[in-house]
Design a protein around this ligand. Structure first.
Ligand SMILES: NC(=O)C1=CN([C@@H]2O[C@H](COP(=O)(O)OP(=O)(O)OC[C@H]3O[C@@H](n4cnc5c(N)ncnc54)[C@H](O)[C@@H]3O)[C@@H](O)[C@H]2O)C=CC1
Ligand SMILES: O=C(CO)COP(=O)(O)O
Length: 362
């Protein structure tokens, strides 16, 4: 009789900047925890670097020299170029690819994974849905692969996490049986996890903050100061809250005060790639695509495409004027508005038209 498998097998789908940083944590936890199989598979989108395959480099040197140079990955993390081979035996699939690649990956994996597997998505972004709306990435994974999908989002700039500098993160997971397994494989002394059940709001925070970070980069590029950036962060936060309120009613305001909310917004508006490239866009007048290719060495920006996806929905619902900051970021990235128009947008933001509500005099 076949021995019952007691240990969970983990596969990380993605090996970019964040994928590699999380592999360091997951690999170490899997080797340490009795309920996980030591060996962790990591799907690597194969590329040739100085004549050698990236998977071979990772397996021989235990370093992703392209996306996370200078950090050793645990030896039990095994790089695999075939996603089906990497994922087929896994009980937990950790998705961490730039969001534009998730649909193709899911269709490749369809019918090839364990039906009892669960997923955790670290992907920040949306996709365009049929009928003029947007899809959450975790919903796409669940629908395509027919497995539950929780999310992990937080103030987690990958290089700082890889340096083991203290930070927090948020797991959004409604399933009380899966949540402890997800937390155990992720949590360390320096990477503290809070689990909440407000899955959709956690994920939406992670996607929308990248649009706000592009706006923060614009004001940096225009030479404005920290007060202006704080205004962008505040107005961006108000639009994020409104977005969730309008399109995903029933979510909790408290979620915005977790790491996935205000903390991720702040760190990305100061230290993220979206901010950096948006600043260069204003200063050089070159296209976002050119700057992304030149400045990020293969890493991918999520903010400008997320702004486009959100605008697709807002325009369809005739609601662009209700989210002027998101709309202005989209139009500036497209070249339809000048970066300096961003200041007019935040100056005349509807948040400034609010009237105080009179107190009841009883
Ligand atoms: N880097 C960071 O600090 C953080 C990133 N995230 C999120 O994690 C997700 C993944 O980001 P990163 O790991 O930083 O990726 P990255 O920005 O480093 O992207 C590069 C990755 O995309 C892969 N790739 C290129 N072309 C591909 C294709 N056609 N199909 C599939 N993969 C392809 C590359 O091989 C590489 O692994 C994103 O949604 C991002 O917003 C979340 C928190 C922190
Ligand atoms: O999501 C991030 C930090 O939590 C990283 O943001 P960037 O993609 O702008 O670098």
């Amino acid at each position: 009789m076949a021995e019952k498998q007691l240990k969970n097998r983990v596969c990380i789908i993605g090996s970019g900047n964040w994928g590699s940083a999380i592999a360091k944590i997951v690999g170490r936890n899997a080797a340490r925890l009795p309920n996980f199989e030591d060996r962790v598979t990591m799907w690597v989108y194969e590329e040739i670097i100085e004549g050698k395959k990236l998977t071979e480099i990772i397996n021989e040197t235990h370093e992703n020299i392209k996306y996370l140079p200078g950090h050793k990955l645990p030896e039990n993390v095994v790089a695999i170029p075939d996603v089906v081979e990497a994922a087929k035996d896994a009980d937990l699939l950790i998705f961490v690819v730039p969001h534009q690649f998730v649909r193709t990956l899911c269709s490749t994996l369809l019918g090839k994974i364990k039906p009892t597997a669960a997923a955790l998505s670290l992907i920040k972004g949306f996709d365009i849905a049929e009928g003029g709306g947007i899809d959450l990435i975790s919903h796409i994974i669940t629908r395509c692969l027919k497995i539950p999908c929780a999310v992990l989002m937080g103030a987690n700039i990958a290089s700082e996490v890889a340096d083991e500098k203290f930070c927090e993160t948020t797991i959004g997971c409604r399933d009380v049986l899966l949540a402890p397994m997800m937390r155990d494989i992720i949590q360390t002394e320096y990477f503290r996890v809070v689990v909440v059940d407000d899955e959709d709001a956690v994920e939406i925070c992670g996607a929308l903050k990248n649009i706000v970070a592009v706006g923060a980069g614009f004001v940096d590029g225009l030479g404005f100061g920290d007060n202006t950036k704080a205004a962008v962060i505040r107005l961006g936060l108000m639009e994020m809250i409104k977005f969730v309120d309008v399109f995903y009613p029933g979510s909790k305001l408290s979620t915005f005060f977790e790491s996935c909310g205000v903390a991720d917004l702040i760190t990305t508006c100061y230290g993220g790639r979206n901010r950096r490239v948006a600043e260069a866009f204003v200063k050089t007048g070159r296209s976002i695509k050119e700057l992304e290719d030149e400045m990020l060495n293969g890493q991918k920006l999520q903010g400008p495409i997320t702004a486009e996806e959100v605008n697709h929905m807002l325009a369809n619902k005739n609601m662009e004027n209700k989210f002027p900051l998101f709309t202005a970021v989209f139009r500036i990235c497209r070249g339809e508005l000048k970066p300096s128009d961003f200041i007019d947008c935040i100056r005349s933001h509807p948040e400034h038209m609010k009237q105080p509500t009179p107190k009841c005099s009883l």
